[in-house]
Design a protein around this ligand. Structure first.
Ligand code: GDP
Ligand code: MN
Length: 380
């Protein structure tokens, strides 16, 4: 998950990396409310998940409150590399003597962290590599434990970084490495890492990419993840720990199943038979009747869904629980057609309950028969 700059600032703060603190605005109204109390000149920055915002006009300076509102307005709604700016991050402008580059990322070949430093930063890393390759240090860090000081020393010596900056630089390297490891990052980058006129080092930009598979270890990041998902159904499903997958806008069939393999094969088979799946929801393992009820409600509320195909292979998930959830949801599903295939644990009890239900529901045996029956119904 690539964090927006202001979110990455929170990660930096958690590791005590010196950076600028600021405010966030998402509308002209908010810009106007903030404007009177700011310390000018201010920097206004587009919050999008890409670099090169400066070059694209997404970083502006404002000397007065009026200018702040005006320029903020210009940036909000702007498109940068195909991404719409919905928020700006603003902080008091800092005087810059020099811009440097520092990052930790993963080296694919050795599968180890790599530290990358250049005393000439500001521009993107590939540009630095092209123009000043001799000023770029790439240092593989052995797995486990802390960042040994001799790696930092090597970077200082190789690039000829001034001794006066060595102490602060060492501190920031250690902290950024801690952030990289502690937050399970794919990337933790400061560009520019600036030297101000007093010789102080400061992170003026923050880029953090957290491994999605580790997000469960960082629950404080979940609100950020939701904020970056524009699809409301995806957000709602996630709040119940379901995985909701939008498939095809023009489809009319929704698939509910347990496990990504089941989801994929069900979608494939339905598509192969000339029908269009619009979305799918993965229940995960051990779904209870309450959760099935929520899953059905979420999926049924999705635009264009007129048929829900439920394909369950019960292992941990019990078929009678599924049937109970369907029973509880039925009253609120309106005209939505249900097709249900149950297999596995407590199948008989589940089927018995389903057969007692009234409404637009059809029980099918096996996936092939199910999809054939679906074709019959949908194409009728
Ligand atoms: P990016 O282009 O997306 O990487 O956005 P950055 O946050 O790195 O900002 C781009 C450039 O704007 C930086 O390299 C700086 O040159 C400039 N900039 C950002 N903040 C300040 C600031 O506080 N003072 C000054 N003088 N320049 C800034
Ligand atoms: Mn930058």
């Amino acid at each position: 998950m690539k964090l927006l700059e202001y979110m990455a600032r929170d990660v930096f703060d958690a590791h005590d990396i010196p950076s600028t603190s600021g405010v966030i605005a998402g509308s002209v109204e908010e810009l106007k409310n903030l404007a009177p109390d700011l310390l000018y000149p201010m920097v206004i920055k587009a919050q999008v998940q890409t670099g090169g915002r400066g070059k694209a006009g997404g970083v502006k300076f404002a000397d007065t409150a009026n200018e702040f509102i005006q320029k903020g307005k210009e940036i909000l709604g702007m498109t940068i590399k195909g991404l719409t700016v919905e928020k700006v991050f603003c902080y008091p402008k800092v005087d810059i003597d020099r811009e440097m580059y520092l990052s930790f990322t993963l080296d694919r070949k050795t599968k180890l962290p790599v530290m990358i430093f250049s005393p000439e930063g500001g521009v993107e890393i590939n540009e630095i590599a092209e123009k000043n390759p001799e000023k770029l240090v790439k240092q593989i860090i052995p797995a486990g434990g802390k960042l040994d000081d001799f790696f930092i020393r090597y970077a200082i010596d190789k690039t000829g970084l001034e001794e006066e900056l060595a102490g602060q630089f060492t501190e920031i390297c250690r902290k950024l490495y801690d952030a990289f490891i502690g937050h399970d990052c794919m990337l933790a980058e400061i560009n520019p890492l600036i030297v101000d006129p007093e010789g102080k080092l400061l992170a003026l930009d923050s880029k953090v990419d957290i491994d999605d598979n580790s997000l469960y270890r960082h629950p404080e990041m979940l609100p950020y993840k939701n904020e970056m998902t524009s699809d409301a159904t995806v957000r709602e499903a996630r709040s119940f720990d379901f995985l909701f997958i939008p498939v095809k806008d023009e489809g009319n069939i929704a698939v509910i199943s347990n496990g990504s393999g089941m989801i994929m094969s069900t979608i494939d088979l339905i598509s192969k038979n000339g029908m269009d799946v619009t979305c799918a929801l993965d229940l995960g393992g051990g779904a209870t009747s309450d959760r099935i009820k929520e899953a059905l409600r979420i999926v049924a509320s999705r635009e264009n869904v007129d048929t829900i195909f439920i394909n369950i292979f019960g292992g941990i998930t019990r078929c009678d629980e599924i049937a109970g959830g369907i029973d509880a949801a039925m009253a609120n599903l309106g005209e939505t057609r249900l097709m249900v295939r149950l297999e596995g644990t407590n199948k008989e009890a589940g089927l018995k309950r389903l057969k007692s239900l009234k409404g637009n529901i059809r029980i099918v045996e096996g996936l092939d028969e199910g999809v054939a029956a679906l074709a019959e119904e949908v194409k009728a």
